[in-house]
Design a protein around this ligand. Structure first.
Ligand SMILES: *Cc1c(COP(=O)(O)O)cnc(C)c1O
Length: 391
């Protein structure tokens, strides 16, 4: 069939994590295509400047994904083969993979049952003579307990690489998330609060660190070579590292420039939907996400329900029933020890991370996107009532 289909809000499938793409970014992508410069160029430079301004920081480097951002940050931090890197047992496998690809040994620590973020006490108990770095994940957009984690890092001379994939807009005690550790890594994947289709950003406290990330992200070429087409005459490039192909392109940045401008307005919409869910589900037999902590700003990336022993049905039945009602849902995440590849490689057993294991088996994420209409949000609420047999 050709042409736009009529919108049928009662029956259309509500896609989980649907991005909001408006005319501004569509026109920017077309302008980028017409400009003839589609690789890494002026639009990436502008997106970097805009991002740095938005986050009130100095040093940023755009890359191809948050996975690349994490890996390159750890490499720039000097992680060497066999170094242990502690991260959350409740995260996307990308966090673990990035540690492995950087040569490190991932060491999951358990989460706090209320916040779903790293439990600093459990982190402290897993430190050994080989621990070199912490990778806190600001789960769902809620900042980790950075005071406690920074104290541990200082005591043991550890580097902190923040996984900010959920938390672009978050703040902790007046500080922008990503700027508290040595590095902050952001994702612009399709479902994230700002999307470039695929993309990522590294933020670093020290200028030489983003310089190193830039070099590693573009074949290991020296920083001058990065700018070799920009004006001052052709310069022969030199590889100074065994680098990667992890650069962002102008086509991606064209999306990001406009997405970033709308972020404040989109965050307000996300907060409204989040609050509507909290209100609507106050007395349903399922666990609700924690409200934002004091003196912090939440990024409202995920709204999670815990389908537990008080609920009418099991978590996996909930997922199926919601999908049957036309509502896309997600699981963020099975605990990292549930993945066969890590069980085989590291001998992890899910029961060894008690809280992450339980949460990973109970959690479901409902759609939370600025694209959702009020009618769709109402439909999602009604579907949850129906599935959980709330009358
Ligand atoms: C999305 C995500 C990543 C990976 O981001 P990509 O840009 O897809 O590589 C890493 N960590 C967490 C917590 C994420 O949600």
């Amino acid at each position: 069939m050709n042409g736009p289909q009529p919108k049928d809000e009662e029956n259309d499938f509500v896609v989980f994590g649907q991005p909001q793409i408006l005319d501004d970014e569509i026109e920017e992508v077309v302008a980028c295509l017409r400009s003839g410069w589609i690789g890494t160029g002026p639009r990436v430079a502008q997106f970097e400047r805009d991002f740095a301004a938005y986050k009130h920081v100095q040093h940023v480097a755009a890359v191809g994904s948050c996975s690349a951002a994490l890996q390159l940050s750890l490499l720039a931090a000097g992680i060497e083969p066999g170094d242990e890197v502690i991260t959350s047992a409740l995260t996307f496998c990308s966090t673990i993979n990035s540690i492995i690809h950087a040569g490190g040994l991932p060491v999951p620590a358990d989460i706090d049952a209320l916040t779903m973020n790293l439990d600093p006490g459990d982190v402290a108990s897993r430190i050994t003579a080989k621990t070199r770095a912490l990778v806190p994940v600001h789960f769902a957009g809620r900042p980790c307990d950075m005071d406690a984690l920074t104290a541990i890092a200082t005591r043991h001379h550890l580097c902190i690489v923040e996984d900010c994939a959920h938390a672009i807009d978050a703040e902790y005690h007046g500080r922008s998330i990503g700027s508290i550790g040595d590095f902050g890594c952001f994702s612009f994947y399709a479902t994230k609060n700002v999307t470039t289709g695929e993309g990522g950003m590294v933020m670093a406290r020290r200028k030489e660190d983003t310089r190193e990330v830039r070099t590693l992200a573009l074949h290991g070429l020296d920083a001058d070579a990065w700018q070799r087409f920009q004006g001052s005459g052709y310069k022969c490039y030199r590889a100074v590292r065994v680098g990667f192909k992890y650069n962002m392109t102008d086509l991606q940045a064209a999306l990001g420039i406009h997405q970033l401008r709308r972020l404040p307005a989109n965050q307000r919409r996300l907060q409204t939907i989040w609050s509507r869910y909290q209100e609507a589900f106050r007395s349903v037999p399922a666990g609700l996400p924690p409200e934002p902590g004091p003196d912090t700003r939440h990024s409202y990336h995920l709204f999670t329900l815990m389908i537990d022993e008080h609920s009418a049905i099991a978590r996996d039945e909930f997922l199926e029933a919601m999908t049957r009602l036309g509502i896309g849902v997600g699981v963020h995440y099975p605990s990292v020890a549930e993945h066969p590849v890590y069980q085989e490689r590291f001998g992890w057993r899910p029961e060894d991370w008690t809280v992450a294991h339980r949460v990973g088996r109970q959690t479901v994420s409902l759609p939370l996107s600025p694209k959702l209409t009020d009618a769709e949000v109402d439909r999602i609420v009604r579907a949850v009532y129906k599935v959980l047999r709330v009358t």
